[in-house]
Design a protein around this ligand. Structure first.
Ligand SMILES: NC(=O)C1=CN([C@@H]2O[C@H](COP(=O)(O)OP(=O)(O)OC[C@H]3O[C@@H](n4cnc5c(N)ncnc54)[C@H](O)[C@@H]3O)[C@@H](O)[C@H]2O)C=CC1
Ligand SMILES: O=C(O)[C@H]1O[C@H](OP(=O)(O)OP(=O)(O)OC[C@H]2O[C@@H](n3ccc(=O)[nH]c3=O)[C@H](O)[C@@H]2O)[C@H](O)[C@@H](O)[C@@H]1O
Length: 436
């Protein structure tokens, strides 16, 4: 089977690589020439565990190709996936410009039946827009060429993308023709053989499933952050509460970790887009509004705690930060809580020193020399008055507190992800503060 994947970002590159691993011949397409050139030279444009070796292996096997020219590969493929970005517009709605650009190129260039599958996260009704654009282009050409559209939202998480794609809880596919269903059944057969369910449904339901899933996960996080903030005020421990409620199988253990707010390229933007869809349809999504509001406040919580511990006077204080990426195992800093904390610390007059195992270059690209970049996790705490943990990379979990105590000039530790033991920290004579 030959397919093309348009958009070689986190989703497109992982999708293309994983399908090629299953024996499919995949051409990954991107308009970003530098990205394609790098990939052709074996250089990954993103950090994602396990990706590089899988890409190199499948390129070597001749099943994975990279190009900037979608038109040139359309004659050889039966399915085109669109995995381009859908960033938030100013009003919070999903910007469909890139998705519709892909549809336009497909309409202008196909010469035989093609199935265009949208993998990007798009609001209900997008497939119909995609269909209309392709038809418009075919009409302009004066040709009749059969085509279908489908929706196949992606549920992978950054940092665990390969595993999530290869072993999905489910694959959701929205279709409106038997032929499209057969093609998608064939493409996903290796996954079904491995026991992973594929759920076929109508296209609007598939499109909505993606937003509902992300909004539900974001809701759990904001709910727990709300509970954590109350725990702190009433003297309960949110970590005990998390285990207590997570053991109820109706609630489940996952996505119940209180922290310094959710970030990333998806929860923030998808929550906004869902709110917009509600408004557009005369309905206010009140729960989702609260989810967003709680998260906005929560992103400042580490700053608020540090500030309070220094009696609202951070002028000249050195604050070290562990973790910049929006979560561990990625270099992605889109909507990262660290950016909010850094900004507030700088505005309060603090000197900020940062360390992240992978996202240092990304941070430099975003905020330049507003902060000091340390060479490792111990170097960053030298002379610091306070240390704040923002991203729970594994290497931060069991540090040498003896060494840290020697290097810091102060003893304040603010744990934005609740990974340290309160008693141990107090035994080490740290002033320790966590979430909840
Ligand atoms: N990042 C993630 O973990 C997940 C993202 N998604 C969704 O998948 C979509 C893509 O997200 P990412 O991979 O993170 O985006 P990304 O920004 O990493 O990659 C998008 C790529 O599309 C390319 N592109 C834009 N227009 C193009 C065109 N006309 N032709 C060819 N290439 C084009 C860009 O150059 C870029 O390389 C979004 O809708 C996102 O919401 C869904 C699940 C997980
Ligand atoms: O649509 C998307 O792009 C993806 O968005 C999320 O994946 P991702 O953003 O990569 O990462 P998550 O592991 O979900 O973490 C998101 C944020 O929530 C925070 N989080 C997560 C879990 C938790 O219990 N508590 C918590 O604060 C993380 O620190 C992080 O900032 C979803 O988990 C994926 O299923 C989805 O495909």
């Amino acid at each position: 089977m030959n397919i093309a994947i348009v958009g070689t970002g986190y989703v497109g590159l992982v999708t293309g690589t994983c399908f090629s691993e299953m024996g499919v011949d995949v051409t990954c397409v991107d308009i970003n020439e530098a990205k394609i050139k790098a990939l052709q030279g074996g250089v990954m444009p993103i950090y994602e565990p396990g990706l590089e070796s899988l890409v190199l292996k499948n390129v070597e096997a001749g099943r994975l190709h990279f190009t900037t020219d979608l038109t040139a590969c359309l004659d050889n493929v039966s399915i085109v996936f669109s995995a381009v970005g859908t960033p938030p517009d100013e009003d919070g709605s999903a910007d469909l410009r890139y998705v519709l650009d892909v549809a336009r190129t497909v309409g202008r260039s196909i010469n035989k039946y093609t199935l265009l599958v949208t993998k990007s996260t798009v609001p209900v009704g997008t497939a119909q827009k995609v269909k209309a654009v392709i038809q418009e282009e075919l009409d302009k050409r004066g040709v009749t060429i059969p085509f279908d559209v489908a929706s196949n939202p992606e549920f992978l998480k950054e940092g665990a993308a390969i595993k999530d794609f290869m072993a999905p809880d489910r694959v959701v596919v929205g279709i409106e023709s038997d032929h499209a269903r057969k093609l998608m059944e064939r493409l996903y057969r290796p996954f079904v053989l491995n026991g992973y369910p594929i759920l076929f449904m109508d296209i609007p339901s598939a499109e909505m499933t993606k937003y509902a899933a992300n909004a539900m996960l974001a809701t759990r996080i904001s709910f727990m952050n709300d509970i954590a903030n109350l725990c702190e005020r009433v003297g309960a421990d949110v970590e005990c509460v998390r285990k207590g409620i997570g053991s109820d199988t109706r609630i489940g253990k996952h996505f119940l970790y209180a922290g310094c707010g959710y970030g990333g390229s998806c929860f923030p933007k998808d929550v906004k887009a869902l709110l917009y869809t509600g408004k557009e349809n005369g309905y206010t999504m009140r729960v989702i509004e609260a989810v967003e509001e709680v998260n906005e406040t929560q992103k400042s919580i580490v700053f608020e705690k540090v500030n309070k511990l220094f009696n609202n006077d951070l002028k000249g204080k050195i604050v070290a930060i562990w973790g910049l990426a929006f979560k561990p195992d990625t270099d992605d800093m889109r909507e990262a809580p660290a950016l909010v904390v850094i900004d507030k610390l700088i505005k309060a007059g603090a000197i900020v020193k940062v360390y992240d195992p992978i996202a240092m270059d990304e941070c430099k690209r975003r905020i330049g020399n507003q902060v000091e970049y340390a060479k490792d996790m111990y170097d960053v705490v030298v002379d610091a008055d306070a240390l704040s943990l923002i991203t729970e990379w594994k290497q931060f979990r069991l540090p040498s507190w003896k060494c840290i105590k020697r290097l810091m000039r102060g003893n304040v530790i603010v744990d934005g992800r609740n990974i340290y033991d309160q008693e141990e920290m107090e035994n080490e004579y740290f002033v320790y503060s966590r979430i909840g």
